[in-house]
Write a protein that binds this ligand. Structure first.
Ligand code: FEO
Length: 169
């Protein structure tokens, strides 16, 4: 039987992943309004991946014969100021998600739940990638983003991102 504290924190993580999807969709809508369709695409694909992250935890809780406990999803912030501001907020948000994942990893060890400790490894790796992706784009925006022609080129690059369903492996 899976530990109640671990189940509770996993349910909270589902909420955080779906909130992340809302946040990225709000960013996507902001970019769309600015006519930056590549940035809008990138953040929309990220929103889809966040929903996959939530669904993988949902399936895991079901597989462990434990109870799903949904909470309200907060309204995301929308007062974005620039593409750089959005990506700085993405990095800040992803660091927060990484700390949540680390807490789950530590708690599952404290509660001797090695199955969950093993399960959460996938998320630990995923967070390294997510923080790195945001940092890379921040670097580009800081170097070139003030020039309209450069912003256009970054937008073109981000338009290439395609959604592939995130599978737990
Ligand atoms: Fe699912 Fe961006 O963390």
């Amino acid at each position: 039987m899976i530990n109640e504290k671990v189940i509770s924190i996993l349910n909270e993580q589902i909420n955080k992943e779906f909130y992340s999807a809302y946040l990225y969709l709000a960013m996507s809508a902001y970019f769309d309004e600015m006519g930056l369709h590549g940035f809008a695409n990138w953040t929309k694909v990220q929103a889809q991946e966040e929903m996959d992250h939530g669904m993988i935890i949902f399936d895991y809780i079901i597989d462990r014969n434990a109870k799903i406990d949904f909470k309200s999803i907060n309204v995301p912030e929308t007062n974005f100021k620039s593409p750089l501001n959005v990506f700085e907020r993405i990095l800040e948000h992803e660091k927060y998600v990484t700390s949540s994942i680390d807490i789950i990893a530590n708690m599952s060890l404290d509660e001797c739940d090695l199955a969950t400790r093993n399960f959460i490894n996938w998320y630990i790796k995923e967070q390294v990638e997510e923080e790195s992706n945001a940092s890379d784009i921040i670097t580009k925006l800081k170097m070139f983003g003030d020039e309209k022609s450069s912003l256009y080129l970054i937008d073109k690059e981000l338009s290439k991102r395609e959604y592939k369903k995130h599978q737990y492996d």
